[in-house]
Design a binder for this molecule. Structure first.
Ligand code: KIV
Length: 271
């Protein structure tokens, strides 16, 4: 039974308590006010304003082009729609990798200008100085390891990461470094389920998986993917809870026909 589902506001401490109590953490992405409101009212624990907005909202091929200003716009829209969930915002590519001072000023802009509760950053030991500086300012940080889409041009493809021993060992080291630095949780993306389970057992902070199997402390999906809005994205890890692409197309076609035929608006739909 979930003890924490009735908490008024989800905090990083609540997430830790959930892990300690063996309660699964639920997380979805959100990018705008209306969707955030629906997701929050449904009872989600965490809303991630992901830089996947670059793909699903702006239509870019990768997450690299989205800017800090655009992330702040999405984050502030989400924050206005949320009463209960913890709001985490991705620091976009180029806003934190350069140096820790720049990383801190990017994180401060997100917190000040959007009202969000925390930030997420992709990478392990190579960005530890930036993570530590942001944490020192009192800003909670969620880590992100495994497939890190901001490094897509280094990886070359979106295939499963850390299948080989060396990469798996490095991922465990990175997860331990993020935990020691004080991150409040870590997202593990697209890695073997056995490895993710091992990390979730060895690390005391919550581990949230996407394409990382069921042995972790919680799950995250991109909301457009799980609603089936984008019918071209069908990875194995994705469960579609709707087929909104088809449902929305049906509604749009009906509206077009109704307007063209003069059926809409009818007598009751006018003043
Ligand atoms: O940007 C995003 O949506 C993410 C999730 C896939 C975890 O980082």
């Amino acid at each position: 039974m979930s003890v924490h589902k009735d908490v008024k506001k989800v905090t990083t401490h609540v997430l830790q308590e959930m892990k300690n109590a063996g309660e699964k953490i639920t997380m979805l992405t959100g990018y705008d006010f209306s969707m955030a409101r629906i997701i929050d009212n449904a009872g989600i624990d965490v809303i991630l304003v992901g830089d996947s907005a670059s793909n699903v909202m702006a239509g870019h091929e990768t997450t690299l082009p989205i800017t800090l200003n655009e992330m702040i716009y999405h984050a502030s829209s989400v924050v206005r729609g949320v009463d209960r969930a913890l709001v985490v915002v991705d620091l976009p590519f180029g806003s934190y990798q350069g140096n820790s001072k720049e990383a801190l000023s990017s994180a401060i802009r997100i917190m000040k200008e959007s009202g969000a509760h925390s930030v997420k950053m992709e990478g392990g030991q190579e960005i530890l100085e930036s993570i530590t500086r942001i944490l020192t300012a009192g800003i909670p940080v969620m880590g992100h390891l495994g497939l890190t889409p901001q490094s897509i041009y280094k990886f070359g493809t979106y295939v499963v990461r850390a299948k080989e021993k060396d990469e798996a060992a490095l991922l465990i080291e990175d997860a331990k470094a993020l935990e020691a630095a004080g991150c409040f949780a870590i997202v593990l993306e697209k890695i073997p389920a056995d490895l993710a389970t091992k990390v979730a057992k060895e690390i005391t902070i919550p581990i949230i998986g996407i394409g990382a199997g069921g042995g972790v402390d919680g799950q995250v999906l991109v909301v457009h993917d799980m609603l089936g809005i984008n019918n071209e994205f069908n990875p194995r890890f994705l469960r579609k809870y709707n087929n909104l692409y088809e449902q929305m197309t049906g509604s749009f076609k009906e509206y077009i026909n109704d307007v063209r035929s003069g059926d809409f608006p009818n007598e009751e739909e006018q003043y």
